[in-house]
Design a protein around this ligand. Structure first.
Ligand SMILES: *Cc1c(COP(=O)(O)O)cnc(C)c1O
Length: 248
């Protein structure tokens, strides 16, 4: 029983209250919203504490960092998400270290993930995620929000083509869309970015005749607005684990 553990549990309780209220405002149920606990920069024992508090989805933004933690939490039955930008040369490792890649933003990357997953599952087919045998890598397409040149994510205009291609890969399962809007002091001003992602998802789901149930949007300072606009997954770091030491 570490102090860290009770702090995360307390933070989680507060977060769940806020989720419930935001969902209610939008006529939704809190159960429709999954918390992805963003554990980047925090040690593996923070992940264990969060798991003990009840969390089952975790997000890391760097392949290398996750490689150092993964062995220490391999016994936990959780879903491990890569949420950060992925370089092509790390796609092979990522496809086999994570259950989900939430940041697919190019056809080249999707191709590499699809191929890597096949290659690795050829030798030993006992790829397990808890009790579930994975036969495909789950992915989200990350859509660029706003027009900062450095932001990752696919341009809206390229989204339909990319989504159609990704949906066609045998070893990828396209579950939905993700976005990181620009940082604005007043989270209410982010509403149009979130509602836009919902519209894009709805259009694509119709067009491709795929369910695409996941909308990953909302972080510690704006998740309530994201939930009001239909988020099914919120990616929460600071509000659960506290301030990160450095920018990550
Ligand atoms: C770090 C990070 C988060 C979590 O941010 P907080 O503001 O600490 O909740 C969410 N999504 C992505 C992609 C991140 O890199």
């Amino acid at each position: 029983m570490t102090a860290e553990k009770s702090e995360i549990a307390t933070n989680l309780e507060r977060l769940q209250e806020q989720i419930k209220r935001a969902a209610k405002r939008a006529g939704r149920r809190a159960e429709e919203v999954t918390i992805v606990a963003v554990s980047k920069t925090f040690p593996f024992d923070a992940i264990r504490a969060a798991y003990d508090a009840g969390l089952r989805h975790f997000g890391e933004n760097r392949v290398q960092e996750w490689e150092t933690k993964q062995a220490h939490v391999a016994d936990l039955r959780a879903t491990w998400h890569l949420i950060g930008h992925l370089q092509g040369n790390k796609a092979r490792r990522a496809a086999n270290l994570f259950d989900r890649v939430d940041s697919v933003d190019s056809l080249a990357l999707a191709q590499k993930l699809d191929a890597a997953f096949v290659a690795e599952s050829g030798a030993d087919n006992a790829k397990t995620n808890g009790l579930v045998l994975r036969d495909r890598l789950q992915v989200l397409i990350e859509v660029k929000s706003g027009d900062e040149a450095t932001k990752s994510g696919v341009q809206e205009s390229d989204l339909p083509g990319l989504a159609e291609s990704v949906a066609g890969f045998a070893h990828l399962e396209l579950l939905g869309l993700m976005t990181i809007p620009p940082f604005l002091e007043d989270p209410k001003q982010l509403r149009p970015y979130f509602s836009r992602l919902r519209e894009l998802r709805n259009d694509l789901a119709r067009r491709l005749n795929l369910p695409m149930p996941v909308l990953s949007m909302g972080m510690s300072h704006d998740f309530e607005i994201a939930i009001e606009e239909g988020a099914t997954e919120i990616r929460i770091g600071t509000a659960l684990f506290g301030q990160r030491a450095a920018k990550a």
